[in-house]
Structure formats: structure tokens, C-alpha cells
Design a protein around this ligand. Structure first.
Ligand code: HEM
Length: 489
């Protein structure tokens, strides 16, 4: 139990017999020892950043996860910056030697050297679960796939068309799942909402049974994405692999269907028809993997953000009041039943500042990984080619020297020109910046517009703890008491 609490990635439901586990463990320790010795002889000529490799295999992963589960993901980094007196330090995570680059200078270095000195890297669990797709590809291939997606649903024209559909889906969702509720947990319902939205807009799936089936599988899948890739019964990864297979089977059936009727405006049809200039089909597996990618990248990020916004709004009545005022004005300017459009969203400036502050205080993506493509000289140290690199939004966002009184909620810091470059990075930066940033902005604003205009809520657990697994979420799922607004617009 203690091991499971410490490290949410190791969660066997059925323990393996000791006769297998102990020899396996000894063999692994031996192998790691040999690998470490080899690594030391090949890296001794470098002036490595200060740091420690921690324990065999797990390195310092457990300390990173401990900070996450305690709701302070930046602690791992803050402790080491204090210990080593450097904004670049070395560690070992996911079985890899790794350099952590902290703060705006590190972010700038990584974001502006994509494809030159650094390339994308994901832990083996992600690569194995995702298969060949945008997230797992690098270089020219990734660029081409991203460009293709940005010409479809994620183009300005595509996004503008999405807004009324988003508004319709949201109204329907609130009427079905929120209307008439007294006490409820917000997180699971919001997760269902963002999943429903993704199914509708990415793949034009509207059939509720299929959405529910995929949703159940997807929740198993996502728990294994950032985990040790141990494909043995009982592990998170094992369950995730099986769930991914089942999702792929469902999606393959959809792809086949769509090939005979590729006229929908969703991204599934777009990827298939526009795979190359000759309008040939993209290979079925890649279409399916890209769909899985988009669901992975876009589902928990948005649902975590929306849940936390609800938490902050309940805790900060002054901020809630101002959001409501802005949203009421927009609703009052519309004809009865008229759906939201692009211009309406541009008017939601105050609401977006509030969302931006929530993304600063509790970033859904703490940071991500890169790999050194060459030996990198940085701040007097050398990071050897092949080492992995990590940047951290969580640390950058909590630095008092970049964000005055960083631990306090203050949406006004986003007025005017906002925070300095590379100090506010919830969506990353450079060529690998979030593909769904604008989609997420629209989805969040459309949801908030409908929510605050029709409902008020209070928290049933004041100061509910937030834990990162890996996204920040209230540990009890944010139980709330919901009330319809008396003067609903
Ligand atoms: C609040 C919501 C979101 C946040 C905070 C967020 C954050 C991020 C971050 C930090 C990255 C960069 C990772 C890196 O540098 O390696 C990223 C990448 C990505 N995001 Fe998002 N994301 C959000 C929503 C979405 C949505 C809704 C979608 C899809 C509709 C999406 C699709 C993607 C994709 C495809 C990538 C990979 C881009 C690439 O590798 O070139 N994201 N996201």
C-alpha cells in the first residue's frame, strides 16, 4: 500500500508470485548496475549539471510523484534549485538520465531549438500506447501532420464553424446532466462533457451508447499513459494497453464507415481525405492513432481546467460576480435562442483572464520532455547527446520573481501586455506548442458562459485538496451543491 500511495504509477491489483518477482528484481538491479557503470565511463568527460541519479531504475521518480500527489508539483524542482544553486540540474526519471531546465531561459532554449538541438521525447508508456502519430513522431513527419491538422478543424475557419456546435452540445449537456441536480460531483460530469464534445467535433459521434463505451475505455487508457511500461496483468499499463486496443477497434469501424461517406466536416474525414496532395487516404492505423492522440491531449487537460475554474469561482465570490456580469451582458445582447459566435468569445476578456490565472496557478500540463539531439552546452555545463530534458510550467508559474505574489490568485496580471515572454507557458511554446489551444479556449468559454448564466454552486468540501495524477484534480471530484440562477438569462 505504501508503495502505491507513494507512486501512483505502480498499482498492481493482483500481486505476482514472489518466485517470479524476486529473481526479476535481482536481474533488473544487476542490469541497471552494469548500465550505470557504462554510462559513468561514457559521461565522465563531460562537465555535467549538478544533481543525483537517485535509486536504480526509478531514479528520483518517486520524489517527483510525491510532490504531485501532495499538490505541489513544483516542489521537486524548488528543492533541487536550492540544493544545487543552479537552474539547470540533472536527475533520473522514467529510467533515463535527464536534465531539468527551469524558468524562462530554459523554456526559451527548448522551445526555440526544436528539431535543431532538441527533439520531442515521451516515456516508453506513451510511445507504446500511442503508436505512430503526431505525438510520437518528430521532425519533418510531425511538422507535416501538424500542418495538415491546422488546415482542417484547427484552422481559423474550422474553429469559427465549431462555436455554435459547441454551444449546442453544451446547452444539451447542461440540460441533461446538470438541470435538476442538487448535490453532485463536478469532475466526472465535466469529464463526460469534454469527451462528448471531442467525440462530436473530432469524429461526429453522437450516439450516446458509443460515447459512453468509448468514455469508459478511455478513462482506463489515460491512467496508463504516464506509467511504467510494464505490460503484466494487474498494472495500469497492462489495463491501458487493452483499453487502447478496444478503442482502436471501435475507431477502425468508424474509419471504414467514413471511407464510404467522407463528406462530414469533422477531423476524422479531413485526415482521411487530405492525407496528401493526391487526396489518397491516410493509412487507417495512423488516422486511428491520431484520433487517440487528440483525445489524450485534449480531454483531461480541458476537464481539469474547467473543474478547477469552478473551484476557484466558488472560493472567490468577487471574481465570480465579475465573470457573471460579463457573461450576462453577452447573453443580453443575443436574440432568444441565438447561439454564440466568434465575436461573442472575443468579448469575454475578463473571463479569459480568470481562466488564464487558473492555468497559471494549476497548470494541467506540468511540463514535458525533450531529447538532446547533440551535446548541449548550457550555463557552463554540458548535457550529453541522447539525454532527456524536462521543462516545467509548474515551477515557472510559481516563481515570485516572474509573477508578483505568485501564490495569490490575481487575474489582473493578465491585463495589458501580461507576463514576460516564456514565463507563462501553460500551452508550451515553439513548434510543439499546443495544437488545441484555441479549441480549448473556445470550449472553456462556451461552457462557462452557459454555466454561470444558468447555475450557481457552492463547494461541499471547502479547501478540497488538489492532487496531480498527472493532471491537477480535486481529490474527491469536487462535490458541489448546485442551484439554478433565479434570474437565468
Ligand atoms: C487547457 C487545455 C490544454 C492545455 C493546458 C494544453 C497544454 C498543452 C501543452 C503544454 C502542450 C505542449 C507539450 C510539449 O511541449 O511537448 C500541448 C500539446 C498538444 N496539445 Fe494541448 N493542451 C490543452 C488542450 C488541448 C486540446 C483541447 C487539444 C485538442 C483538441 C490539444 C491538442 C494538443 C496536441 C495535438 C498537442 C501536441 C502538439 C505537438 O506535438 O506538436 N490540447 N498541449
Amino acid at each position: 500500500m505504501w508503495l502505491q500511495r507513494l507512486c501512483p504509477l505502480i498499482q498492481p491489483t493482483r500481486m505476482l508470485p514472489f518466485t517470479i518477482v524476486i529473481p526479476l528484481l535481482l536481474l533488473t538491479i544487476l542490469l541497471v548496475g552494469v548500465m550505470k557503470l557504462r554510462r559513468r565511463t561514457t559521461t565522465h568527460q563531460y562537465n555535467l549539471p549538478p544533481g543525483s541519479s537517485g535509486w536504480p531504475i526509478v531514479g528520483e521518480s518517486l520524489e517527483l510523484f510525491r510532490g504531485n500527489s501532495e499538490g505541489v508539483p513544483e516542489k521537486f524542482i524548488v528543492d533541487r534549485i536550492e540544493r544545487y544553486g543552479s537552474h539547470v540540474f540533472r536527475t533520473s526519471l522514467f529510467g533515463e538520465p535527464m536534465a531539468v531546465l527551469c524558468g524562462p531561459a530554459g523554456n526559451k532554449f527548448l522551445f526555440s531549438n526544436e528539431g535543431k538541438k532538441v527533439g520531442l521525447w515521451w516515456p516508453a508508456s506513451v510511445r507504446r500506447l500511442m503508436g505512430p502519430s503526431l505525438v510520437s513522431k518528430s521532425g519533418e513527419e510531425a511538422k507535416a501532420q501538424k500542418k495538415m491538422m491546422m488546415m482542417g478543424l484547427f484552422s481559423l475557419e474550422g474553429l469559427v464553424k465549431c462555436i455554435p456546435i459547441m454551444d449546442e452540445v453544451t446547452r444539451h449537456h447542461l440540460a441533461t446532466h446538470w438541470q435538476g441536480q442538487g448535490e453532485m460531483k463536478a469532475l466526472p460530469i465535466i469529464k463526460h462533457y469534454t469527451f462528448e464534445m471531442a467525440c462530436r467535433l473530432f469524429m461526429n459521434i453522437t450516439e450516446p451508447q458509443l460515447v459512453s463505451r468509448l468514455f469508459t475505455l478511455f478513462n482506463v487508457f489515460i491512467k496508463g499513459v504516464i506509467s511504467m511500461d510494464i505490460n503484466l496483468p494487474g498494472t495500469r499499463f497492462y489495463r491501458a494497453m487493452r483499453a487502447a486496443d478496444a478503442i482502436r477497434k471501435e475507431l477502425r469501424a468508424l474509419v471504414k464507415q467514413r471511407r464510404t461517406a467522407p463528406d462530414q466536416l469533422d477531423i476524422l474525414s479531413y485526415l482521411q481525405v487530405n492525407a496528401d496532395d493526391n487526396r489518397k487516404f491516410m493509412p487507417e492505423n495512423e488516422v486511428v492513432n491520431n484520433m487517440l492522440n487528440l483525445l489524450f491531449a485534449g480531454h483531461d487537460t480541458s476537464s481539469s481546467t474547467l473543474t478547477l475554474i469552478m473551484k476557484y469561482l466558488a472560493e472567490l465570490p468577487g471574481v465570480h460576480e465579475k465573470v457573471l456580469k460579463e457573461q450576462r451582458e453577452i447573453a443580453a445582447s443575443k436574440a432568444g435562442g441565438e447561439l454564440l459566435n466568434w465575436d461573442d468569445l472575443q468579448r469575454m476578456r475578463y473571463t479569459w483572464n480568470v481562466v488564464s490565472e487558473v492555468l497559471r496557478m494549476t497548470s494541467p500540463v506540468n511540463g514535458s520532455f525533450r531529447e538532446a539531439l547533440v551535446d548541449i552546452d548550457l550555463e557552463g555545463y554540458t548535457i550529453p547527446k541522447g539525454w532527456k530534458l524536462l521543462w516545467s510550467a509548474a515551477f515557472t508559474h510559481k516563481d515570485d520573481s516572474l509573477h508578483q505574489k505568485a501564490m495569490e490568485f490575481d487575474e489582473s496580471r493578465f491585463e495589458g501586455s501580461g507576463p514576460p515572454p516564456f514565463s507563462y507557458v501553460p500551452f508550451g511554446g515553439g513548434p510543439r506548442m499546443c495544437l488545441g489551444k484555441e479549441f480549448a479556449r473556445m470550449e472553456i468559454l462556451v461552457f462557462l458562459h452557459n454555466l454561470v448564466n444558468h447555475f450557481d454552486w457552492e463547494l461541499l468540501i471547502p479547501n478540497e485538496k488538489i492532487s496531480y495524477d498527472p493532471m491537477p484534480t480535486p481529490v474527491q471530484g469536487l462535490p458541489i451543491r448546485l442551484r439554478p440562477r433565479v434570474r437565468a438569462v
